[in-house]
Ligand binder design. Structure first.
Ligand code: SF4
Ligand code: SF4
Ligand code: SF4
Length: 245
């Protein structure tokens, strides 16, 4: 068992805000993530059988595309999935060695590969499917929020952002301190009704998703429409199936 840290009052909660309205499913975030992390803090990230049946590999960010709704009201929704850097995640507390941990100073959830025994308990404990077993190294890996970029004083300040955020061509991804109500990301969440993923589970995810906007052609009064992340909505039903695989 590993303890969660005492987070000092006012400590940042770094995370991502992902706009499901403007994400076009291009996969640039996934590939830029893989490229940065393959040689960085968590690398190498192996690919297994890349040119044959059963191709697999370690990806910290995966983008799923699906159809939500039917007929004229239907639309394709793209859903990027990575660690949500939860405030009270069982992926940390189940770890028998202390390898899985949450940083007190900024809330980033990381894995100490030197202490990881590859037991896989943290992956079972993560309801979001955000952990990736490196079968070659025999250790668990995951999104680090590019911890080796965001504090890296050898690169220009404007580039001290997660690789996925920098790569996104539609600016659908945003990075910042979600504990600060005045931060740009918190303002964005407030303006757009950003939502946590499956908050009822009690993990208190930091990342937020901005729901797809309603189309003007939809004639139903907006107050009568289910919110895009409503549990009754096909979007969240689909997410639930993916994340609880
Ligand atoms: S998304 Fe999963 S891996 Fe990331 S902190 Fe939450 S429970 Fe842990
Ligand atoms: S796989 Fe590694 S990080 Fe995950 S619970 Fe086991 S020892 Fe901890
Ligand atoms: S790079 Fe941006 S637009 Fe492309 S899949 Fe990722 S979040 Fe969506």
């Amino acid at each position: 068992m590993t303890c969660l840290p005492d987070r000092p009052p006012g400590a940042p909660a770094l995370g991502l805000v992902i706009d499901l309205d403007t994400c076009v499913g291009c996969q640039a975030c996934a590939t830029s993530c893989k490229q940065w992390n393959a040689s960085g803090h968590s690398g190498p990230l192996p690919d297994l059988h890349p040119y044959s049946a059963g191709a697999e590999g370690v990806w910290f960010n995966r983008v799923h595309s699906f159809e939500a709704g039917e007929g004229a009201a239907g639309r394709t929704v793209h859903f990027p999935r990575s660690c949500l850097h939860c405030e009270t995640p069982d992926c940390v507390t189940v770890c028998p060695t202390g390898a899985s941990y949450k940083r007190a100073e900024d809330g980033i959830v990381l894995v100490n590969h030197d202490a990881c025994i590859g037991c896989g308990l943290c992956a079972w404990a993560c309801p979001y499917g955000a952990r990736e077993m490196d079968e070659v190294a025999g250790v668990m890996k995951k999104c680090t929020l590019c911890v080796d970029r965001i504090y890296n004083e050898t690169i220009p300040e404007a580039l001290r952002q997660p690789a996925c955020v920098l790569a996104c061509p539609t600016k659908a991804r945003h990075f910042g301190d979600l504990a600060d109500p005045q931060s740009a990301v918190s303002q964005l969440v407030a303006d757009r009704g950003g939502q946590a993923l499956m908050p009822d589970l009690g993990y208190r995810p930091v990342n937020r998703y901005l729901p797809p906007r309603q189309r003007q052609a939809e004639s139903q009064p907006i107050e009568d429409q289910p919110t895009p992340l409503d549990i009754k909505n096909p979007l969240l039903r689909w997410m639930g199936r993916v994340l609880t695989r």
